[in-house]
Design a binder for this molecule. Sequence first.
Ligand SMILES: Cc1cc2nc3c(=O)[nH]c(=O)nc-3n(C[C@H](O)[C@H](O)[C@H](O)COP(=O)(O)O)c2cc1C
Length: 267
Amino acid sequence: MSRKVIAIIGSPRKGRTFEAVGMFEKRLKELGNIDFEYVFLKDVSLKECRGCGLCLEKGEEFCPLEDNRADIFARMMKADGVIFATPVYSLQVTALLKNLLDRLAYVFHRPCFFHKSFMAVVTQGIYGVEGVLKYLDEVAHFWGFKVCPGLGLTVFWEKPSAADLKKIDDEAEKAAKRFYDSLTRNSDPVPSLKEVIMFRSVRAFHSIAAGFPRDHQYYREQGWLDSDYYYETRLGWHKKLAGRWVERQALKQAMRDKMKLVESRLS
Ligand SMILES: Cc1cc2nc3c(=O)[nH]c(=O)nc-3n(C[C@H](O)[C@H](O)[C@H](O)COP(=O)(O)O)c2cc1C
C-alpha cells in the first residue's frame, strides 16, 4: 500500500532546507512505498490575507482572493502525511510559509486533518530552530494532525561539508523512521486532559452558535456537538468528568456573550 506525502517548502530558494527534505525523502522511501510530492511556495500564487474574515465567518469558499490556496489545501487533504519545511528567518518561519498559515487560518476553527501525520523540517544558521519547531507543531496540532517530533538542523549557508552532510543524513534517517511509524500506525493518539478540555470549551461556543455560524454548521455536520472528542477514542472517567464541568462553565459564558451581542444589536 502506497502512502502519499506532501512537502511544502517555505524557503524562497532551493537551498539547505530543500536538501534536508530531499535526504528525508530518500530515507523515508527506503522504509516503504511512498509517493512524495513537493510544493514550492516561492513558485505558487498565494496572495496575502487581507483580513476580511470571510473564511472564518462564512466559509473559505468566500475568500475573495483568487490564487492557488484551495489547490494547496486540496493536495494536503489528499495526502496521508504533510511536511512543512522552512529555514528560520528572524526567529520565525519564512513569510512565505506564514502567509500559507494565515490563508489556512480557518482550519483553526474547523480542524480537518485528523488521521494524517505531520512533521516540521526546520533549518537554522545559529539560533531559533526549537521555537519554530514548537510553533509549527502547535499549529499542526490545532489543525488535527498526528504530530511527529520534527527535524531541526543547524546548517551552513553555503554547501555543507561531507561530515556535515553525514550528520544531517543521520538526523534525517531518524526523523524518517518516526514519520513512517506515524504514517503506518492506524490508531489515533488518545487525547490528553488538556485536549479534552479544549475541545469541550470550544464546542460549548459552537453548540449555541455563539461564534461564527459556519463553525456551528461544521461542528454539527461532523457530529461534534455531542461527541466525546473529534474522533472515536476511549476517555477515562476523569477526563469525561472534567470535560463536562468545563463545558458547563463555558456554556454559561457563551450564553452571556450571546445575550450581550443581542442587546448591542437591539440598542
Ligand atoms: C532573512 C534571513 C533571516 C534569517 N534569520 C535567521 C535566524 O533568526 N536564526 C538563524 O539561526 N538563522 C537565520 N537565518 C539563516 C537561515 O535560517 C539558514 O541559513 C537556513 O539554513 C537557510 O535555508 P535555505 O538554504 O533553505 O534558504 C536567516 C537567513 C535569512 C536569509
